[in-house]
Design a binder for this molecule. Structure first.
Ligand SMILES: Cc1ncc(COP(=O)(O)O)c(C=O)c1O
Length: 394
């Protein structure tokens, strides 16, 4: 959990306890100061960007850093020391976000690749329990091991903790589901895993950056940076306990995983770093150039303040549509066919996922964006009936 540094932009006493109670409506005073949203390219535009769950918008400074790195590359002046500093700065900032030390964080470029290391370390015949419908970058690397006798049991998310048995080796779950924003009961899941001698693997790609997370509760955690951490595609983190990390095979290790990076570029013997860096993949340079300032920006605002802001906007959206409050920055609605086009025409950017429309609320989102989306949805034929039926089903 991010408690180390004093936030500047969102700096004020928390009006609520740190974990907002599920279904408690968030108050308008929970919103961040307007100058936060002004740091994004959508400021003052007619676009209501409600799609961070697909990809996050960069704060202007982070965008500039990426453009600068590309301009430097185009002119043969890319500063590789600065790229290394962007990776190590990002590693340290991500560690702080989770309340860990940087030696427990490895870097890569994709969630599936880092999950693949965890999957490869499972013994033949291991049992994995995971949530059905979870994102495939978490599930596929595990399912791909079934050919050597690993058994993956897929169960409904709410039943995950109760499904852990003494025979279970690993419980794998997204902290927040990509498809509908459901927030996993991580405390319960971690407790069930510990009670049964199983490890936990949490995918925080849809959570870190808005949901306060204490990584000390989990054994391993994977997190892509291109959504709520506001990086370009191409940054990913793997964090964990020293014991769990030490068991992972350095399958993708190359020069960047060496004990001394620039002394590890040629020849044997194998000389990998002794900490989590032994699992590092060589960096996608421009992506890390953008990740470092984006993480600084997030730390400056503070994850607690972002949590309140994102939930306040989600609450405004839900209440505007006559829906009960929720506990996620992602809201998924069963809107009629044609809604995506209607929303796009109104300048509302959202995503069609799992046969529904998915809306996500983050730092660049303003109350006006939310109101524009509510109005656009209200103008879709049949939307009221579809939402009414969904509410009645709950
Ligand atoms: C939960 C989750 N994990 C991972 C990813 C991305 O995975 P990858 O980095 O393998 O593309 C996504 C993208 O939507 C996601 O929602």
């Amino acid at each position: 959990m991010d408690t180390d540094h004093a936030p500047a932009r969102g700096d004020r006493p928390a009006p609520h306890p740190q974990q907002t109670a599920p279904n408690a409506p968030a108050a308008p005073e929970d919103l961040l100061p307007a100058d936060v949203a002004e740091q994004f390219g959508t400021a003052g535009s007619q676009t209501a960007y409600l799609n961070t769950a697909t990809y996050g918008l960069p704060p202007l400074e982070a965008h500039e850093a990426v453009v600068r790195a590309e301009r430097d590359r185009a002119t043969g002046r890319l500063d590789l020391d600065a790229m290394d500093a962007a990776v190590s700065g990002s590693r340290a900032a991500f560690a702080r976000l989770l309340g860990l030390t940087p030696d427990r964080v490895a870097v890569g470029s994709q969630a599936s690749q880092l999950v693949g290391l965890v999957a490869a370390a499972l013994p033949d015949g291991a049992e994995v329990v995971a949530a059905e419908g979870d994102f495939t970058s978490l599930l596929f690397p595990l399912l791909a091991q079934e050919q050597r006798g690993v058994h993956v049991r897929l169960v409904p998310l709410p039943e995950l903790a109760a499904s852990v048995r003494p025979s279970t080796d690993l419980v794998a779950v997204s902290a927040v589901q990509s498809s509908d924003g459901a927030v996993a009961a991580l405390d319960e899941i971690a407790a069930a895993a510990a009670a049964n001698g199983a490890r936990t693997l949490v995918d925080a790609t849809q959570a870190a950056g808005w949901l306060p997370l204490a990584a000390d509760r989990v054994d391993l955690l994977v997190c892509g940076g291109y959504k709520w951490l506001l990086a370009p595609r191409g940054t990913c983190f793997l964090a964990g306990t020293a014991e769990a990390l030490a068991e992972l095979p350095p399958l993708g290790a190359g020069w960047y995983a060496g004990a001394e990076i620039w002394d590890s570029v040629y020849g044997g013997p194998l000389r990998l770093a002794s900490d989590a860096r032994r699992l590092d993949l060589a960096p996608v340079w421009p992506a890390w150039a953008g990740q470092a300032p984006a993480l600084e920006f997030l730390a400056e605002v503070g994850v607690e303040a972002i949590h309140r802001h994102d939930l306040a906007l989600a609450a405004r959206f839900r209440s505007g549509l006559g829906l009960p409050a929720g506990d996620s920055a992602i809201v998924s609605l069963p809107l009629p066919p044609g809604s995506a086009e209607r929303l796009a025409r109104a300048g509302v950017v959202a995503a069609e996922r799992a046969g529904r429309m998915r809306f996500s609320f983050h730092l660049s989102t303003t109350p006006d964006d939310v109101d524009r989306a509510v109005e656009a949805i209200a103008s879709v034929d049949g939307a009221g009936d579809a939402l009414g039926a969904a509410t009645a089903d709950r």
